[in-house]
Design a protein around this ligand. Structure first.
Ligand code: ZN
Length: 330
C-alpha cells in the first residue's frame, strides 16, 4: 500500500447517493453514484449506502474498518453531535440515527452534517470559496438553503438554525412558502418560485413558448423557463427578471449579515453564464450597503454535484492536508 490512511465520504441526496474514498493527500481514489430510492425507507437506504462503501473499500483492497472515518452529507434538519437526522422532507426520514446505524454496519466512526453545510465546506475546501475564511454557500434549487463558514469553520448558530436564509421574509405580502410563512426568499427566488410564476402565466393564457404546457402546467419546471428566456421569450425573461431581483436582494441581505469574502451559488437553477446570475449580480451591487458591492464576490459553485461529497470528506480530514493556512475545524 502506497498510503497509510484512507477516508470515506458519502452524500445521500433525495434522488442520488454518491460515495468516494480519498487518500491521505486528499486525492480521489475511487467514487461511485447510485440511485437513493428513498421511497424504500431509511433502513434500506442505509443498508445500500453501507454496501456501496464496502464495495469501494474492497476495490482498493481494504476493509471499511481501516478507514479513518466516513463523513456523510444528508438533507436536514439534523443533530450533527448525536448523529441523528431529525426530519428530512427530501428523504421522508424522521429521527433516524444515521451515524450509529452506518457505524454499526461498517465498523468505523461516522460524522453527519446537513447537505448545504457540507457543500459550503466542500467549496471552501477546494471550490469557489477556496482560501476564503468567511464564505456563504447558497443553493438555489427547489428551495434555498445555505451553509455558512465563519473563520474557516462551519457556523451552526446557537440552535442549529444558522443558514436558514431561505426563510428570510423579503415581501410581507408575498407568495406562500413551504414553511408556512409568506414572502420568504425561497418562495420568491427558488426554482419552485420560478416554476410557480410560469404556471400562473401559462394558465392565464399569456403568449409564450411555455404555452405548450397550458394543458399540463404541473410539468413546467424552472429549467423550461430558463431555456425559454435564453431563446428570447418575453414571459420567461420577465419571470427570470423577477427571480433575479429577489435573488439579488436576498444576496444583499446575506452579505450584509455575514460580510463574507465570497458567496458561492450552487443548485440546479444557477447556470454560470446565465441571465439569472448576471442580473442578480447587478441587483446585488445596486442594493447592498456601499463597500460590499465591490468587495463581496458572487461566484458559481465549482464542484458541481460533488460540493457536498467533498465537504463530507472534510468533516473527517479537516483541512490541514490540502492547505495549512486555512484550518477548518469541524
Ligand atoms: Zn419560508
Amino acid at each position: 500500500m502506497g498510503h497509510s490512511s484512507y477516508t470515506g465520504a458519502l452524500d445521500i441526496g433525495g434522488t442520488k447517493m454518491l460515495a468516494c474514498i480519498i487518500d491521505d493527500s486528499g486525492e480521489l481514489v475511487v467514487r461511485r453514484r447510485i440511485e437513493t430510492q428513498a421511497l424504500r425507507g431509511a433502513a434500506d437506504v442505509i443498508a445500500r449506502a453501507a454496501s456501496l462503501l464496502r464495495e469501494l473499500a474492497q476495490e482498493i483492497g481494504i476493509a471499511t474498518e481501516r478507514l479513518t472515518g466516513i463523513g456523510c452529507s444528508v438533507p436536514g434538519p439534523l443533530d450533527s453531535a448525536r448523529g441523528v437526522v431529525i426530519f428530512s422532507p427530501n428523504l421522508a426520514w424522521r429521527d433516524v440515527p444515521l451515524a450509529a446505524a452506518l457505524s454499526k454496519e461498517l465498523g468505523v466512526s461516522i460524522k453527519i452534517e446537513d447537505d448545504a453545510r457540507c457543500a459550503a465546506l466542500g467549496e471552501a475546501r477546494r471550490g469557489g470559496a477556496r482560501s476564503a475564511q468567511n464564505a456563504v454557500y447558497l443553493t438555489i434549487s427547489t428551495g434555498i438553503g445555505a451553509g455558512i463558514i465563519v473563520n474557516g469553520r462551519i457556523y451552526r448558530g446557537s440552535h442549529g438554525c444558522a443558514g436558514e436564509v431561505g426563510h428570510i421574509t423579503l415581501d410581507a405580502g408575498g407568495p406562500p412558502c413551504a414553511c408556512g410563512n409568506m414572502g420568504c426568499f425561497e418562495s420568491l427566488a427558488s426554482g419552485s418560485a420560478i416554476a410557480a410564476r410560469a404556471r400562473q402565466a401559462v394558465v392565464h393564457g399569456d403568449e409564450s413558448l411555455l404555452a405548450r404546457f397550458r394543458d399540463e402546467p404541473a410539468l413546467l419546471t424552472s429549467e423550461h423557463v430558463i431555456d425559454a428566456a435564453h431563446r428570447g421569450d418575453g414571459v420567461a425573461s420577465r419571470i427570470l427578471e423577477t427571480a433575479a431581483l429577489y435573488l439579488g436582494i436576498g444576496l444583499a441581505a446575506v452579505a450584509t449579515a455575514y460580510d463574507p469574502e465570497v458567496i458561492v451559488l450552487g443548485g440546479g437553477v444557477i447556470h454560470p453564464d446565465g441571465m439569472l446570475l448576471r442580473r442578480a449580480r447587478q441587483v446585488f451591487s445596486a442594493r447592498v450597503i456601499a463597500p460590499l458591492g465591490s468587495l463581496v464576490r458572487i461566484v458559481p459553485a465549482e464542484l458541481g454535484d460533488e460540493s457536498a461529497l467533498w465537504g463530507a470528506a472534510a468533516l473527517i480530514t479537516g483541512d490541514t492536508a490540502l492547505d495549512a493556512r486555512q484550518v477548518i475545524d469541524v
